[in-house]
Design a binder for this molecule. Sequence first.
Ligand code: ADP
Ligand code: ADP
Length: 229
Amino acid sequence: GPVLKFNDVKFHYDPDREILKGISFEVPAGKTIAVVGPSGAGKSTISRLIYRFYDVIEGSVEIDGQDVRDVTQKSLRAAVGMVPQDTVLFNDTIEYNIRYGRPDATDAEVREAARLAQISDFIDGLPDGFNTQVGERGLKLSGGEKQRVAIARTILKSPPILILDEATSALDTQTEREIQTALDAVAQDRTTLVIAHRLSTVINADEIIVLRDGRIAERGDHEGLLAQE
Ligand code: ADP
Ligand code: ADP
């Protein structure tokens, strides 16, 4: 599998305020690395740099030794799957939204992804805001339900590199626990970067990186970091 690497990455949105002040880490092939830290530490920014919503100011992000700036958008999208914090759905059926990224998927595969993400009940519905003629198919989805649609899409796409950016943060505890099991299955043997607020949600990570004020403040395994708290 591919390796994901950050080489002394510096980044700012606004030149007056550095967000990442030289971040280096590596997600070895098939491993899961978690980045945790307080709100505003720059965690989501890391995922945006991988997907090239923004480019690094200094340093580089590499996938399999190749700078992401030298990879086509198409192959980047094929290699990396992301469950973002805030999911924006396409104005089409939930099924279309799940299939997006893998239009060739069979109906059975789509149904299985929907089952794992617990959205089987509204797979034929349409997200709210879509044209009023749809009548009773129109859905008002909560943040957590949208999150589950993004999770189903990612389960179906099953990308070589997985980024979970607070993927279960919008879910209630019971749903979170159940969906975490589905996500763990997708992450199994895949190169995975997990972004989380709390240490307690990343017990299974091979390494945990604590980001604070744009720098790596600590790194270690779950037990080691807990011991320092
Ligand atoms: P985290 O995910 O750790 O909460 P983010 O990476 O989302 O942190 O944000 C890090 C900092 O960058 C925050 O202070 C945030 O306000 C700021 N920030 C995020 N996105 C933008 C943007 N598009 N423009 C300007 N500042 C931003
Ligand atoms: P794709 O074409 O592979 O779906 P997109 O660029 O549409 O790629 O988005 C990939 C995922 O990232 C989507 O789930 C989308 O909601 C999310 N996303 C899109 N733009 C941003 C952004 N600026 N910041 C964070 N997440 C985003």
